[in-house]
Write a protein that binds this ligand. Structure first.
Ligand code: C2G
Length: 456
């Protein structure tokens, strides 16, 4: 019996897939089809897969060509499968010509002519029109969105708005954007969605106006500095039928999502403590974070990251919250600790601009703990540790590029009616973060600088 094997994602199943499977089956007596998992596709940079694994498997089965369907979830599996199933011929479309020649050591390798004029990418594009996204503000983060957006299909970063026209113009030229403007009304006429990259204090106003103009919004963190503002924005988005997402990038990354699901499945027992830390020392003091006496400081800048695992794992029903910090002469915080008490657990969030600390995330439970090494917010690697260290296990997940492609991809997906990112950062979690920001800013304003707690 001649065994043939082929692999694919088979998203939005189409004629190209059908014809490939038909010809693969005709090459032998028994066809095995490997269908990729979502996490494997993410790891190899395919972020916009629409159909679930079950749907994709069903579609392959429906063709009647597959004698056996298996799931492909890691690199190297092809070598394993060929040996395990005693495969005679490995088949893939001609878009992969030469890429799998290394399998010739194990079996015959054939690349079949790809069917022209049809692909999952084209189908995704024809099902939905390309989302035109405009940047509001062109600060440091905006620049990082441009290369990341090239990895997300179904969108185009078209232009930039900045009330300072020269700044928008320079940015648009440097980044090769279609348009720039200092006229907000005109800006909204050119885009379907916006990405807000301004200093924090303008996030609320711009988000509100963009929603009022019927635009979907991806807003940099912290989206709002007051609970009522965050609630208002989410209500407005709902009323208008628009997508509103707060861009805490870690929330949308595969490693962090995997970590959360493992903790939630009980591997370390009941969670008793979460400690998260994010510090960054700038080369000089001229940065907005240092000079803006009202909204600068480390907690407004990095607090959202450190709050994320705490709110995700322990919720927002803390029984007590307390702040401590070192300040600068102008009153902003340069090193801040937020202490949480919950009924059955506790947590600490640490941020710093003038104190460097280890950027790890440590989740302690009744059966063991999970250590995510610095920089935990990129979550590429974590270790589950137990009393019996022989049971310890390490996990690795890819974090591609600057990581912004994940939130962008979920944003586009949600706009196209597939809100797969909803659970990653919920409305209530975003509101809880805004409430903590509000409590903190109020505390900072009303707490005199203590002698000995000033850093110069
Ligand atoms: N295909 C084709 N004609 C098209 C489109 C796709 O012949 N117009 C073929 C591809 O060459 C591949 C199969 O259909 O052999 C599945 O394609 P995809 O779903 O795009 O999956 P792909 O990313 O090619 O999977 O382990 C995964 C495989 O290495 C590749």
């Amino acid at each position: 019996m001649k065994k043939v094997i082929t692999y694919g994602t088979y998203d939005l199943f189409h004629e190209g897939h059908y014809r490939l499977l038909e010809r693969a089956k005709a090459l032998g007596d028994y066809l095995i089809v490997g269908v990729t998992t979502e996490s494997f596709d993410q790891a190899r940079g395919k972020l916009n897969v629409v159909d679930s694994l079950m749907t994709r498997v069903e579609n392959v089965k429906k063709t009647g060509f597959a004698d056996e369907v298996i799931v492909e979830d890691h690199i190297g599996q092809k070598v394993e499968d060929i040996q395990k199933y005693g495969v005679d011929i490995f088949v893939l479309g001609s878009d992969w010509e030469g890429k799998f020649d290394y399998l010739k050591d194990f079996c015959e390798v054939r690349y079949l002519e790809r069917t022209r004029g049809i692909s999952s990418t084209l189908k995704r594009a024809s099902n939905h029109k390309i989302v035109r996204i405009g940047l509001i503000g062109n600060g440091r983060i905006a620049k990082r969105f441009i290369p990341e957006s090239h990895f997300v299909s179904g969108m185009e970063l078209t232009g930039v708005y900045n009330p300072r026209r020269e700044s928008a113009e320079k940015f648009a030229h440097q980044q090769d954007l279609e348009f720039f403007t200092d006229n907000e009304e005109e800006f909204y006429q050119h885009v379907d969605a916006v990405d807000i990259c301004t200093p924090h204090q303008y996030h609320y106003e711009y988000t509100k106006r963009a929603l009022e103009h019927g635009k979907h919004v991806l807003c940099e963190k912290p989206m709002a500095l007051q609970k009522a503002q965050a609630e208002e924005l989410f209500n407005l988005a709902k009323e208008k039928g628009l997508i509103l997402m707060e861009a805490i990038k870690t929330a949308y990354t595969p490693g962090f999502i995997r970590l959360l699901s493992m903790v939630q499945s009980g591997v370390i027992g009941e969670i008793r403590d979460v400690e998260s830390c994010f510090t960054r020392i700038f080369p000089n003091d001229s940065f907005r974070e240092m000079t803006d006496a009202e909204y600068g400081g480390c907690f407004t800048e990095y607090g959202s990251y450190t709050l994320l695992p705490i709110i995700k794992l322990l919720g927002s029903n803390y029984t007590d919250i307390r702040f401590e910090c070192f300040k600068a002469g102008n009153g902003i915080d340069l090193y801040t600790k937020v202490y949480f008490n919950y009924q059955h657990s506790m947590a600490t969030a640490k941020t710093g601009l003038k104190v460097k600390s280890d950027g790890h995330l440590l989740i302690s439970g009744t059966k063991g703990y999970i250590m995510v090494a610095a920089p935990w917010w990129k979550t590429t690697e974590f270790e589950i540790c137990y009393e019996d260290f022989n049971q310890n296990e390490k996990f690795f997940t890819k974090y591609l590029g600057d990581g912004l492609r994940y939130e962008l991809s979920d944003f586009i997906s949600a706009i196209n009616g597939n809100p797969r990112g909803d659970f990653k950062l919920t409305r209530n979690e975003s509101i809880a973060c805004a409430e903590i920001m509000e409590k903190f800013l109020e505390w900072r304003k009303n707490t005199p600088i203590k002698e000995g707690m000033v850093i110069v």
